[in-house]
Design a binder for this molecule. Structure first.
Ligand code: UD1
Length: 363
């Protein structure tokens, strides 16, 4: 397939599509038949710090089209993306629509493409948390149900797709494009100003991110989580770059926590610097558990499930849940530097995007 749409909408998409765009340019240098692409930003994330800064730091070209959908309820966002992407497909039909991850933009564009008889490829297809309360799980299920070509990150994903009845010939185990971005940028990391401002030495701090609706949309659940962490980190500090959704609720809490260093969304190169140099990571994200695994940094996931089990079975991640009684013993272990050592999952080697583009070139 030589004419593709690449879809990106929200922050965790950008580090996954960057390597793919770069791989297309490399492929075209020696290919007899060029792959042409349109980079389509849905506008699901629109703040400079949640979007544009990632394009700049990861040298991703400006999107050809920005659908500019902005925020809204799940249905509003989905509907707006679908209506606007449908126009873009009708105006110039690709042969393949390449979606990544599990955000609303992923599902919405996959549906539009499929109904316009455009083949759908899903990078990071096949992963499942089993928790249908998360919008991302619905997005994964719907997207995969209409995907023609799966590019998978793990053997677990391959098995999931097999169990769902997808033919093996549609499934390509290629590795993880987010890890391409990670490994490709390790020598470009930037120390955020707050490290020196707070006199933080290596391993004297933790990094925390929380943005799942179940953790941050209720004032009581957020207060409880922040209190237990703030009170049990000993002499360590916790750097907490807040997602806008978390910030809204945090501002309503009106609390001050002496061990938390609160800041806004971080740029990619600064955030990875923090993870790499942290004693440990506390998160409810999925992608960050993969980055912590590859960097060998201890990671506690404040959720009850994960769609990335290899970060636990192979990597440095532990699923801790959100119950304070479960968090406390693991937090103590982490602060004591008493964490398990991890390995790196198969094919998370920085070459995934080239594998994907080689396959697409032959489809
Ligand atoms: C989305 C993804 C989630 C991913 C997360 C990472 C879905 C269902 N969820 O969640 O999987 O882990 O991105 O960031 O797609 N907002 C801003 N500026 C922005 C974007 C959002 O202020 O640039 C605020 C808005 O008030 C918005 C809220 O954040 O209502 C939530 O944004 P939304 O895109 O709905 O979902 P996320 O929680 O960011």
């Amino acid at each position: 397939m030589k004419k593709i749409d690449i879809i990106a909408g929200a922050r965790p998409n950008f580090m996954k599509i960057g390597p793919v765009v770069h791989a297309i340019h490399r492929y075209n240098e020696s290919a007899t038949e060029q792959i042409t692409y349109r980079l389509i930003h849905t506008g699901q994330h629109y703040d400079k710090k949640m979007s544009e800064d990632f394009f700049d730091q990861l040298n991703i070209p400006k999107p050809h089209i920005n659908l500019g959908v902005g925020s809204g309820t799940q249905a509003t966002q989905t509907a707006n993306i679908m209506m606007r992407y449908e126009e873009a497909v009708k105006a110039d039909k690709p042969e393949l629509c390449l979606v990544v991850g599990d955000v609303t933009s992923t599902m919405a564009c996959a549906i539009v493409a499929k109904k316009e008889h455009v083949k759908v490829a899903h990078i990071e297809g096949g992963i499942r948390s089993g928790d249908e309360n998360m919008p991302e799980e619905i997005n994964r299920m719907v997207t995969d149900s209409i995907t023609d070509f799966f590019f998978t990150t793990s053997n677990v994903a391959n098995e999931n797709l097999k169990a769902l009845g997808h033919a093996e010939g549609k499934v390509f185990f290629v590795g993880n494009t987010m890890i391409d971005s990670l490994l490709g940028n390790l020598d470009r990391l930037q120390k955020p100003a707050l490290v020196d401002e707070n006199n933080l030495s290596e391993k004297s701090f933790l990094v925390m991110t929380l943005h799942r609706p179940s953790n941050v949309d209720g004032m009581e659940s957020l207060r409880q989580l922040l209190e237990i962490i703030n009170s049990n980190v000993g002499d360590k500090k916790v750097i907490f770059p807040m997602h806008p959704r978390t910030k809204k609720m945090y501002d309503q809490l009106g609390m001050n926590y002496e061990n938390l260093i609160i800041t806004g969304p971080m740029s990619y190169l600064e955030f990875i610097y923090l993870i790499k140099n942290a004693l440990g990571v506390i998160t409810d994200s999925g992608g960050i558990t993969e980055e912590a695994t590859v960097l060998g940094v201890p990671c506690m996931t404040l959720r009850n499930s994960t769609e990335r089990p290899e970060t636990v079975t192979i990597g440095t991640n532990e699923i801790v849940g959100t119950n304070p009684e479960n968090i406390l013993p693991l937090l103590e272990k982490l602060i004591a530097g008493n964490w398990k050592k991890g390995g790196i999952p198969e094919l998370w080697d920085g070459k995934t995007a080239d594998r994907i583009i080689d396959i697409i070139g032959k489809l």
